[in-house]
Ligand binder design. Structure first.
Ligand code: CMP
Length: 143
């Protein structure tokens, strides 16, 4: 079993897409093991997007990710990091394939609704930014 971090970004919250997006992960058979709504601070944004802080688009990215609340999800499942990344689609909603979350709901590179960890190290680092280990829930899913 693997864990990943998913963020429903401010545009997902403001467009009232939270339920539809969470339903996709549940329909796929993935287990949500922690979930919270929060306001990202500039400090948290810099930690989360550490690899992008020096890029030209970072100021705009920070402004967007701190502009309204987000929902953070810890999701567990077999090969979940890749499964979720595939479900999200390409970064730019305009080129994301139809049937993916971004392909179906976004036409923007920045306002692309969702974030998901891109590998096991990122998943561990990002999960620890949003959740204490004690906040991770354990239960037997009904198949
Ligand atoms: P995300 O998966 O959260 O990871 C980094 C984010 O930076 C990405 O989604 C986009 O929202 C944003 N991003 C990546 N490249 C660009 C870019 N060239 N211009 C603006 N935003 C970008």
């Amino acid at each position: 079993m693997q864990r990943t971090l998913v963020l429903l970004k401010p545009d997902a919250v403001q467009r009232r897409l939270m339920g539809q997006l969470i339903a996709r992960f549940e329909a796929k058979g993935l287990n949500i093991i922690a979930m919270k709504m929060l306001q990202v601070t500039p400090e948290l944004a810099k930690q989360h997007y550490a690899e992008h802080v020096d890029k030209p688009f970072y100021p705009s990215l920070e402004s967007f990710i701190t502009s309204a609340p987000i929902v953070a999800l810890a999701i567990e499942g077999l090969d979940v990091i890749k499964v979720v990344r595939d479900m999200l689609g390409a970064t730019n909603g305009l080129s994301a394939a139809a049937g993916t979350i971004r392909g179906d709901f976004s036409s923007s590179r920045q306002m692309n609704l969702v974030h998901a960890s891109d590998g096991p190290e990122a998943a561990q680092r990002e999960l620890s930014l949003y959740f204490e280990e004690a906040e991770i829930c354990h239960y037997e899913p009904v198949l």
